[in-house]
Each structure stands twice: as C-alpha cells, then as structure tokens.
Write a protein that binds this ligand. Structure first.
Ligand SMILES: Nc1nc2c([nH]c(=O)n2[C@H]2C[C@H](O)[C@@H](COP(=O)(O)OP(=O)(O)OP(=O)(O)O)O2)c(=O)[nH]1
Length: 138
C-alpha cells in the first residue's frame, strides 16, 4: 500500500478578500509548486492544532482557524497519497518569515486559478476561487 500522508493547509484571507498562496522552496518535495501553507498532522494533533503549529513554524505567525474550504482532497503522488484538508484562516501577526517557501503572494480570487498548484491543492484552490468569501464569519 502506498504511504498515506495526512496534511493540513491554510487559505489565509486578508481584509481585501485576497488569499495567500505560497510557493514551496525549490529544494523540497513538490518544490516550485504553489500550495496552501501548512504541513503534516502529527500524532495527537487535531487538524486545527496542527495548522496553528505549522504556521508558527513556517512563518513565525499566529492564526485564527475558520471553517474547512471543502471536503478533504486525496491525491496520489509517486511518493505517497496525500489527504489534504484546507481551512480558511486569518493572520493575527505578520512576520512572514520565509522558512519553507520561496515566495508568498496575495491573490484575488480569479488570480488563484492562474497558479501552478500541487496536485492535491488544485480542486481546493478552485473552491476558494468560487467561494463567497464575504459571507464567511469566524
Ligand atoms: N504543506 C502543504 N503540503 C502539501 C500541500 N499539498 C500537498 O500535496 N502537500 C504535500 C507536500 C508534502 O508531501 C506533504 C506535506 O509535507 P510538508 O513537508 O509540507 O510538511 P511538514 O513540514 O510537516 O513535513 P516535514 O518536511 O517536516 O517532513 O503534503 C499543501 O497545500 N500544503
């Protein structure tokens, strides 16, 4: 059986209704593709607590976690099967240390669909692009 990898990501929104996309650093697996910042869920963590930890590790930032963007996306890569759940989130600080990424970009919803997303992310990016972001409360 292929390796099952459970991952959580953040669709971070700003006050202008833009969404933060992050480009994985070249030296990482899936390097140069765009993703939602986050990482693997560790033993004993909920997806939400994993997301808070990952954003602290990757950006040195605090977030508030909101609702899930949609159902978990399952995608088979050559290194394993990723189960990706993405939650809307807001930043409570703005350090943006670039530890695991080469670039960050605030995107309007239409711009999201122009990026070269990792396979598991593509359907979730589409859902964010089509969502009523102003109607979200958290
Ligand atoms: N963080 C993140 N990883 C994603 C996304 N989409 C996607 O397929 N992945 C894949 C890439 C990796 O195989 C895995 C997550 O690994 P990671 O390297 O980001 O997570 P991590 O920091 O916990 O892992 P590690 O490098 O410490 O081992 O999921 C996404 O939107 N965000």
């Amino acid at each position: 059986m292929t390796k099952q990898i459970h991952v959580v990501g953040a669709a971070i929104l700003n006050a202008q209704g833009q969404v933060l996309a992050s480009k994985r650093a070249d030296n990482r697996i899936l390097g140069t593709l765009w993703e939602f910042p986050g990482g693997k869920i560790e033993a004993g963590e909920t997806p939400q607590t994993a997301l808070v930890r990952e954003l602290q590790e990757e950006f040195n930032d605090q977030i508030t976690v909101g609702p899930a963007v949609g159902p978990t996306s399952v995608f088979e890569y050559d290194f394993g099967t990723v189960h990706l759940t993405v939650f809307y989130a807001r930043l409570e600080s703005h350090h943006f240390d670039l530890i695991a990424h080469s670039e960050l970009r605030w995107c309007d919803q239409a711009e999201l669909m122009t990026l070269n997303w990792a396979g598991a992310d593509a359907p979730l990016a589409q859902q964010v692009a089509q969502a009523d972001l102003k109607g979200l409360t958290f």
